[in-house]
Design a protein around this ligand. Structure first.
Ligand code: MF3
Ligand code: CO
Length: 243
C-alpha cells in the first residue's frame, strides 16, 4: 500500500506545481493519468461506477467529485485535486487543496484549518482509540472556527478496494465507535465549508457543491494504524506530505 500511496503523493505534488491561471482541469487529469501509468499503476477512479477521469477536480464551491473539463483555472480560485492509484492490487487515495494565484484571506484560512483538522484526526489513529475519536477531531477543530462539516460524504477504509469498511464520518461522538487495531488503513478526508454544511449534486450526477455557494476545502490521506502510531501511506518519497 505504501508503494501505491507513494505514486499518489508524488502525482499530487506534480499537479500542485502545474496549477496556475489558464491551466485547465483536463490538463491536470491528463498529467495525472500519464504519471500513474508511467509508474506501472492504474488510475483507481477511472471507470469507478462509470467515473470518466483519473482525478476529481473540484473548484471553489464544488466540494468533491468535480469532473475534469476545459474549464480554465482563474486567479482567486481554490481547486481540490483528488487522486487514486492501484498498484499490485492495492489502492492509495489522497486529495489536496491548492490556491490559484491570489486567494482571499478567508479562503486561505479555511484551507489551513481543513488541513490541520486532518492532522488532528491522524493523531487519533492509535491502537486502542475509538473510530469516532478520529471523526470528532475533525469536527471539533473546524466547528470551533465557525466552519461546517459536510455530512453526506465520509472517509473510509481502504485496501484492495478503494472503499472498504468502515465509513469514517468527519463528525461523531468521541469515545464511541469501533476500537482501532494495528494494521487498519483509513482514508481520512475532511470536507469543510466556509458557509453552511448542506450540499447538492449537479445534473452530471457527480459534482458535489455547497448549496449556499460558499467555498469548500478538502484534504485526504491514506493512513495506517501501527504500533508506532499513524503512518501516512500517501506521503512523498522523502516521507513529507503536501503543504
Ligand atoms: N477519493 C474519493 C473517495 O474517496 C473519490 C473517488 S470518487 C470516483 O471517495 F468516483 F471518482 F472514483
Ligand atoms: Co477517499
Amino acid at each position: 500500500m505504501r508503494r501505491a500511496g507513494l505514486i499518489v503523493g508524488e502525482t499530487l505534488t506534480a499537479l500542485r506545481q502545474m496549477v496556475a491561471p489558464g491551466v485547465t482541469t483536463q490538463d491536470l487529469d491528463s498529467e495525472a493519468e500519464r504519471r500513474i501509468r508511467a509508474a506501472g499503476a492504474t488510475p483507481t477512479f477511472k471507470g469507478y461506477h462509470g467515473y470518466p477521469a483519473s482525478i476529481c477536480a473540484s473548484v471553489n464551491d464544488e466540494v468533491v467529485h468535480g469532473i475534469p473539463s476545459g474549464r480554465k483555472l482563474q486567479d482567486g480560485d481554490l481547486i481540490k485535486i483528488d487522486c487514486g492509484a492501484t498498484l499490485d492490487g492495492y489502492v492509495g487515495d489522497a486529495a489536496i487543496s491548492v490556491l490559484v494565484g491570489r486567494v482571499s484571506p478567508e479562503v486561505q484560512a479555511l484551507v489551513k484549518a481543513t488541513q490541520e483538522s486532518l492532522f488532528r484526526a491522524m493523531e487519533k489513529m492509535r491502537v486502542g482509540n475509538r473510530l469516532f475519536d478520529v471523526s470528532y477531531a475533525v469536527q471539533e477543530y473546524v466547528e470551533e472556527r465557525g466552519y461546517s462539516v459536510v455530512r453526506e460524504y465520509c472517509g473510509h477504509g481502504v485496501g484492495r478496494r478503494m472503499h472498504e469498511e468502515p465509513q469514517v464520518p468527519n463528525y461523531g461522538r468521541p469515545g464511541t465507535g469501533p476500537v482501532l487495531k494495528e494494521g487498519w488503513v483509513l482514508a481520512i478526508e475532511p470536507m469543510v465549508n466556509l458557509g453552511r454544511h448542506q450540499v447538492k449534486v449537479d445534473s452530471d450526477g457527480w459534482t458535489v457543491r455547497t448549496r449556499d455557494g460558499s467555498f469548500s476545502s478538502h484534504w485526504e490521506h491514506t493512513i495506517a494504524v501501527t504500533e508506532n502510531g499513524p503512518v501516512v501511506l500517501t506521503a512523498r518519497e522523502d516521507g513529507t506530505i503536501d503543504l
